[in-house]
Structures are given as C-alpha cells and as structure tokens.
Design a protein around this ligand. Structure first.
Ligand code: MG
Length: 457
C-alpha cells in the first residue's frame, strides 16, 4: 500500500530530526596546537604581514576568542593542562626546570585521566600527531595515555642539539638541517633520525587527513600538535620565501595552509557539521629568538612569562551549524577544552577527577556567558597572577627569560585588561575592593588545590 509509507516516511524523518536535536550524536574533536605562536601572528589577530586566509575563514565561520589563555607559559605544563583539564601543579607537571628534557625521569603520571582516555572510553578512535613533550618513560607516552596511535617527535625540535649548535644558530633564518638529532617516531618506534624537519608540517598534515579519512564513520579525537613555529624554524620548499615576514611568516603560512587542508578534508567528507575543531598555541612567542620568534601583538612579554604575552594566545573554535559565528571577549582557557569535549561527546562528568574548567558549548552554540570565573597563572608550582573578570592581579612578576629571580609584590600589581591589554598602567591603589575579591578567589583556590608529585626534577 504505497500511500501509507509515503505519508509515514516524512513523519519518521521528522521524529528522527527531533531526536537528533535533543541529543546530537557524539561529535568528533580535533585540537590543533601550534608551538610558540604569538597572539599577534595571524591575520585575524592583526598581523600586518603574515597572511592566514584559512584561519581567518575558520574564525569568520566560528568563534574567535580575544581573551583565550594557554595552560601555562611554557610547553610541557601547558600541554599537561590541555590534556588533563587541570592546572599543571595538580598533576605535578610543573617545576623549577620548567619543561621536560630528554634526561628527565618524570612525565605525565599514568594516574592522570587524559582527554584521549576519557573519549576512548566513549568509543572514540584517538590519535596524537606531532610534538608530545609529556614524557618518554613508560606510563607517560602517548599510547600509555589513551592514544591509539602516535606519529611525531617525543619532545621539542631543538632538543638533542648536536655539539656546537648554539642559541644563535637555532634562531637563525637558515638553521642546519642536521643540527638536531631529534627522532621521528611512529607508535613508539623510531622511523627517522634526525627527523627531516622541513617536512614535518607537511607530513603531520597528511597523517591527520589520513586519520580523518579512515574514521569518517565513527567518532574520533585528533590531537595535532605541530612542532612549528618553535625554533629552529623549517618550512617546506613551496612556502620558503613566500611571506613578507621572513622565515617565521613562511612557517605560519604553511601552518595556515595545513589547517585549511584539514577543514577541507572535513567538508569534503561531510564531517564539518559533526566535528569540533579548536586552533590554538601552547604559549606566547619566544621573544629571545629575535626575528625567528613571533609577536604577542599589543600584549606584554612572551613565552615563559605570566604577563599576558606569555599566555594569552589565539583561540578559534569551529563547527559549522553547531557554533554561532562570533568574536567573543569572554575569557576562556585550555582548561575549558576537556569539559567542552566531554559535552560534545555526550559524556557525563568524570567521577573522582577535579577538572578546573567549564564547557564552552553554551557560549559557542548560544552565546551564553559562563559568568565571572577566576583564572590562575602559574609559573612552576608558584602562583604568579590571577584574572577575575576584567581585572588581573600579579603577585609576582618575571620576564620569560633573562630575569633570574621573580619580583614579589607586597601589594599585587593590578591591571584592567580591556582598558590596558599591554599591562602598562598599574591601578591597584584606586581599586582595593577588586584586589580583595581576587584575594578571596585565590584563598578558595589554594584551600582546595592538591599538588601532585613534581615531575620535572
Ligand atoms: Mg611552546
């Protein structure tokens, strides 16, 4: 009887559509993390000379954060915060030595629940591509931390320097291809040593596209952590000499093209509307690298520092159809990505794990402001600063590099960031009530913060 099915079919489709709207299928999650890219190094963040048409389009189609913070002021703790959703002192991924080195005994503790583990438990396929830098000992490696597969460098591209390789050579615009003996690994096996660094962005991108193509029919989590633009800088031949900003600009423009290829892969496979993509950088620009270091734009200082330039980074969220295009000045951070991904997976909160952030989905999808939240800036295990609403108080300050000791401030330095993003005009004397509110937030935070065993010794 043809009339009945013909009538019933649209009804069934309508019911299915309502069902989908109520509880969307688990979304794919892609985090694209660059290394040491500054706040001012993208077209959509005001770079006058670096062209980033793909990232600019991603920002126009998604949400661009003006006030997005990394997990820390340097690599290892920042990555630990991203993958655990927790302030680095909780996992012990902090310390006087600042990051992990090839001879470090520590690493991300096996007991920490990573985003890869949480999503894998929900049936996601998981891949890490690029730089790891969370430990090379058993228990800390990518495949010990929830990633089904891994392809990339175990740590920074400037570690394993050959004898005679100085900082000046590292920061030159023509670093020697064989200057660093860092290994390229696949699933824990060395496949190339030294890694041919000029091919890394290209190969990470190809690997990411392949992973997406192979998992078009099941939810996946892809953590693509580029080695660039951490010095020594290398670009593919087709990008070398292309930008108006020199080698650093060439490297960024290649990362931009890489991101464009990944978004195109998603569009072509019909995955764009069920894949959440977030683009960001692990910390601010490495200013002591001179022309090979990036720019924090209007912000003060850079990598290594808890001034804004060290931790305020580009942050772009993209998921057409689900995310309402906007530019937002709501402060958010790496800590929010874990709960956001859980929400996108339709997963409940983790039992017995303290997460420090909040899902950004209500903000991204409906423009709902999460309300005033404190953000704490750590350098190692030391609390250096706190942002609350428009205000940021510094209890201690220190340049990223070249200032041996922090300067402690008996009365914290206070800046009103929307008025003064460059943190030039200290206004604490006029706002004792703001400082008092920040001190209360710090006291509450300290009362519940349990420190992990230090991993960077
Ligand atoms: Mg870094």
């Amino acid at each position: 009887m043809p009339p009945l099915p013909l009538l019933a079919l649209p009804l069934l489709l309508a019911v299915a559509a309502v069902g989908r709207a109520a509880a969307p299928a688990p979304a794919n999650v892609i985090v694209i993390l660059t290394d040491d890219q500054g706040y001012g190094d993208l077209g959509c963040y005001g770079s006058p000379t670096i062209r980033t048409p793909h990232l600019d389009r991603m920002a126009a189609e998604g949400v661009r954060f003006t006030d997005f913070y990394s997990g820390a002021e340097v690599c290892s703790p920042s990555r630990a915060a991203l993958l655990t959703g927790r302030y680095p002192p909780r996992s012990g991924m902090a310390g006087h030595r600042r990051v992990l080195f090839p001879n470090s005994e520590g690493g991300l503790p096996a007991a920490e629940v990573t985003l890869a583990e949480a999503l894998k438990a929900r049936g996601y396929a998981t891949a890490h591509i690029g730089k790891w830098h969370l430990g090379i000992r058993p228990g800390s490696r990518p495949r010990d931390q929830g990633f089904d597969r891994t392809f990339g460098l175990p740590y920074s591209n400037d570690m394993d320097a050959r004898p005679g390789i100085t900082g000046r050579i590292r920061a030159s615009d023509n670093p020697p291809a064989d200057g660093w003996n860092v290994a390229l690994e696949r699933d824990g096996e060395v496949v190339e040593r030294p890694a041919v660094q000029a091919t890394l962005t290209r190969r990470y991108t190809d690997e990411a596209r392949r992973f997406i193509a192979e998992h078009a029919n099941r939810p996946f989590f892809l953590y693509l952590a580029h080695s660039m633009p951490h010095t020594p800088l290398f670009a593919s031949p087709e990008f070398r000499g292309r930008s108006r900003r020199g080698l650093y600009g060439d490297v960024i423009e290649e990362l931009d093209a890489s991101t464009g290829e990944i978004l195109d892969e998603l569009r072509r496979r019909g995955l764009a509307e069920r894949t959440f993509v977030f683009y960001t950088s692990d910390n601010g620009p490495w200013l002591i690298e001179g022309l090979q270091g990036g720019s924090a734009g209007p912000l003060r200082e850079g990598k290594g520092s808890t001034w804004e330039g060290g931790m305020r980074v580009p942050g772009i969220a993209w998921m057409p159809g689900r995310i309402k295009p906007a530019v937002t000045s709501v402060p958010a951070s790496f800590l929010d990505l874990f709960p956001t991904a859980l929400a996108l997976a339709g997963a409940p909160a983790l039992a017995g794990v303290t997460l420090d952030g909040t899902s950004l989905l209500p903000l991204l999808a409906e423009g709902r402001d999460p309300g005033e939240r404190a953000y704490f800036f750590y350098r190692g295990f030391e609390l250096f600063a706190c942002r609350l609403g428009d205000w940021k108080a510094h209890f201690q300050t220190q340049a990223g590099y070249g200032q041996p000791k922090p300067e402690a401030h008996e009365r914290p330095l206070l800046f009103r960031l929307p008025h003064d993003p460059g943190e030039r005009h200290e206004v604490g004397a006029a706002h004792p009530e703001v400082l008092a509110r920040i001190q209360e937030a710090v006291a509450r935070h300290r009362a519940e913060l349990k420190l992990g065993a230090p991993q960077f010794q």
